[in-house]
Each structure stands twice: as C-alpha cells, then as structure tokens.
Design a protein around this ligand. Structure first.
Ligand code: SDX
Length: 431
C-alpha cells in the first residue's frame, strides 16, 4: 500500500476531518475515506464508481486522456507487436516477462491442462442448440467447481496456481465446444503440438472428415485479439470477479460471475452489438440516420463500439485492432468487405461530428474486433465468448492479487436510502 504523504481536509457542519491522501506510481492521487463513516457519520456517493478506487493494484494502468494502456509497465502496442498471448499471461500473472525456460514451462503447463473432464460434455448437451454460447460458458465454467475439487481451496497457494492454469487452458476448449454444439458438429479435442491460438482456431473450425491446417496469419491475428483483451484494470467484469472473490467463493464461481457480467452489450457484448449495428446500417449512405439516432436523447440507440468510461482520447487497443483488421481482410481477399467500408465511414463521420468529439466518444476495442472475427468465420454470437477467453487471465490475475492482500475484506457498499421511513403494517381489510 502507498504511504500517505499528504492529507485533505473535509469540513462537515463546521467540523473538520483529515483524509489521508496516497500518491500512486502513475495516475491521480486517492483520498482514503475508509474511516469517514466511523468518524463523520456520512457515506460517499458514487453510483457507477466513476471517481472511486476499489483497490490498489500493480497489474494494469490506463491513462484515459493519453490513450495509454500498460500491463506491468509494458505498453500494449509493444506487447501486441513483440509478444504473444501466453507470454502476456505470464506477465500479468507473475509481474515480469519470463525467461525462455520459464516461458517454456508455463506454456507446457497450459498446454497440458487444455482437456476437459470427459463427463463435462453432458453439460453442453443439456442446453438447447440455439442457446447463446455465453449462457453455456457461464454454466460450464461454474460447473468446473464440481469437477476440479483439488483446486477450489483459495487459501492454498498451490491450488490457486492450478486453478489459474486450468482456467486459462480450458477456456478455449469450452468456448470452441459451445460453438461446435451450437452448429451440430462434433467436439474437437485440443492438440498439444499446437500453440494456444492455433489450437483454438482448429477446435472451432476443424471437422473429423478432413485435415485442418491453421493459417499462421489468422492464428497471429487471433493471438493479437487475445492479447488486446487480456486485462483492463477494474472494469465491470473484473470488479465482479473481485467482489465475488471477496466472499471467499471458489475461483470457478468467480470467473463464471465475470463471464455473466461481460455478456452485457455495454461491456463485452459490445463487439457482437457493434457488428449487428454495422450490418443493420448496411451501407455508408445510411450512416447519417444512425448518427442522428445516437445523438437523439429520446432514442436509446447508442453507437456500439464507441465511447469508453476511461478512454477520453482514443483506445490504444482500437488502433492496433484496426491494423489487424486491414491485414486479415487483405489476406482473406475481402478488403472490400462492405462492413469494413461502413465501419471506416462511420468512424470518419462520428469523429467529424462535434457531438462525439465533444463527448470524447472514440472507437473502442470492440469497434474493429468484430470485423476481424466475422472475416475469420465466427458468428457474432461467438464474439463475446472470445473476449471471455482472452479476459480470463486478467480476471485470474486480479483475483490472485486480491487474495494475496492480507487486509482484503468482503466488499459491501452502502447506499443513499430514499425509500419510506418506518411505518406499521396495515391489515388487508383496512387497505
Ligand atoms: C468495454 O471498462 C472497461 O475497461 C471496458 C472494456 C474492457 O476492456 O474491459 O474496455 C471493454 O466494455 C468497452 C466499451 C464497450 N461498450 C460499447 O461500445 C457500448 C457503447 N458505449 C456506451 O455504452 C458507453 O460509451 C460506455 C458504457 C462504454 C461508457 O459509458 P459512460 O462512460 O458511463 O458514459 P455515459 O454512459 O455516462 O455517456 C456519457 C455521454 C452521455 O450523454 P449525456 O447524458 O452526457 O448527454 O455520452 C453519451 C451518453 O448518452 N454516449 C454515447 C455513447 N456512449 C456514451 N452516445 C452515443 N453513442 C455512444 N456509444
């Protein structure tokens, strides 16, 4: 925990209260209000936590004004171009880039945990074929706590380590099997001779009837998408995982809670919603109509893939994702993809419109990822499951960090109560 180097004074009803102020290694100072209720008898009020730090962390730093995203101090654009997803997983989990030997051992651990307990296939078959894959992932990941009892004791560091490896390793298998089940094709087992992203693409697109060769450019693009979605400070789903973990819930239950939260269209579901919006717009000539709707206060429509709670300049991940989109579509010979054309025109039109510029609404990570995933052959329903696969390492890293804090306690916010004060029950004959 940072040392308090200064304090802030708060005056309430003529009485002064000193609040310790902590200075971070990067970002804004924080006021420590932990004793405020005890000393001043008041709560703070911050629905949506726009100005509230829920924890201290050393994993990821975001500067929304400068469009900066650091994982353990390394900029996301350098990691996306020079590293690969499993190395970023190691960095997020352990705090440093691995040596060649450490990386080899880590990748071997992950590779040898990719299979699912055979009996878990029954969970998939309990769903309707048209179930959303996110429903399947919430269910199957939660069910892992019923199969892997030897890694549910959160107080045992060894079990925490095994649970971390199992979750990172098995998420691609679970996501790909949810996809296979939805299209009535047989499950494809992971292969130990393939890297993480190639394994995932093969489990999604291979069929028993013929060999499947992974295109190295597509697996590189898949790996980059995983890397760009790996962690993002205290976003909604990560905060959900931390809150679930604060009650002592097992790691599989905590990650299932994170998946459930990520599903929402305002969060991880935005990549699916964004592509569906681009398809609904259809052609660039219809963009003005949708821009007008997004600006209309009486219309709940928002431009999916635009805006961000923290980034008020640009999302550095969107910049990298845009480069990948051009590469993948060029490779697939669909650089004339009408959806990409509409996306680029929409981005241009929105950024030229004072409404979006004034409100700092720029394309976020979800704006281009959906275009790449669609070009790779994924249905829109698989976009958020892929986000969940990538974000599992971020959730797990933040979960481990919270558990390693000896002072962590159950999360239990208070409220501003505006309901009825106490009143007596009225018998039904008197109502
Ligand atoms: C992710 O937190 C994270 O880090 C998330 C994430 C991660 O990696 O974990 O980065 C991943 O979730 C990215 C965001 C994906 N969501 C979308 O693309 C959905 C569309 N975006 C919006 O729903 C919205 O921008 C949010 C939810 C992302 C952010 O909302 P905020 O910061 O709470 O802002 P707000 O809702 O208070 O909006 C501020 C103003 C409002 O207008 P006023 O009431 O001030 O007049 O901007 C407007 C909003 O109406 N606005 C939009 C808009 N987003 C905000 N108007 C049109 N289109 C939009 N997309």
């Amino acid at each position: 925990m940072a040392e308090s180097t200064k304090s802030a004074k708060l005056t309430i009803d003529g009485k002064d209260f000193e609040l310790p102020v902590y200075s971070p290694t990067a970002g804004p100072d924080v006021l420590d209000i932990r004793k405020l209720y005890g000393e001043a008898g008041v709560f703070t009020y911050d629905p949506g936590f726009t100005s509230t730090a829920s924890c201290d962390s050393t994993i990821t730093f975001i500067d929304g004004g400068q469009g900066v995203l650091l994982h353990r101090g390394y900029p996301i654009d350098q990691l996306a171009s020079k590293s690969h997803y499993l190395e970023v997983c190691y960095l997020l989990l352990y705090g440093e880039l691995p040596s060649a030997k450490e990386l080899e051992q880590f990748e071997s651990h992950i590779t040898h945990h990719t299979m699912l307990h055979e009996q878990m296939q029954n969970f998939f078959r309990g769903f309707r074929r048209d179930a959303h894959p996110m429903a399947v992932m919430v269910g199957v990941v939660g069910a892992m706590s019923a199969f892997y009892h030897d890694s549910t004791d959160i107080n045992d560091p060894q079990q925490r380590e095994i649970a971390s490896h199992r979750l990172i390793a098995k998420m691609p298998t679970i996501a790909s099997w949810a996809y296979k089940y939805s299209i009535g094709q047989p499950f494809v087992y992971p292969r130990n001779d393939l890297d993480y992203s190639s394994n995932f693409l093969r489990m999604c697109f291979a069929v028993p009837a013929e060999d499947y060769e992974v295109n190295p450019i597509l697996s590189r693009a898949m790996d980059r998408i995983f890397t760009l979605h790996a962690d993002h400070e205290q976003n909604a789903s990560t905060s959900t995982v931390r809150l679930a973990s604060s009650s002592g819930a097992n790691p599989f239950a905590c990650i299932a809670a994170g998946i459930a939260c990520l599903w929402g269209p305002a969060h991880g579901g935005a990549n699916q919603a964004c592509l569906e919006m681009l398809k609904e717009i259809g052609t660039p000539d219809r963009i003005p109509e949708y821009i007008a709707r997004a600006k209309d206060k009486d219309d709940p429509f928002r431009l999916m893939g635009f805006g961000h709670r923290v980034y008020k300049n640009f999302d550095p991940r969107a910049t990298v994702m845009k480069q990948s989109a051009d590469e993948v579509l060029d490779l697939l010979g669909v650089e004339n993809n009408p959806i990409l054309a509409t996306a680029k025109e929409l981005e241009k039109a929105a950024l030229a419109d004072p409404y979006f510029a004034d409100k700092k609404l720029f394309p976020n990570v979800d704006f281009y990822s959906g275009i790449i995933l669609e070009a790779m052959g994924f249905p829109t329903s698989m976009f958020t499951p892929i986000f969940a696969v990538a974000r599992t390492v971020g959730w797990i890293s933040q979960w481990k960090e919270q558990l390693s804090d000896p002072h962590h306690k159950i999360g239990r916010p208070r409220q501003l109560y505006l309901g009825e004060t106490q009143r007596n029950y009225v018998d039904i004959e008197n109502r």
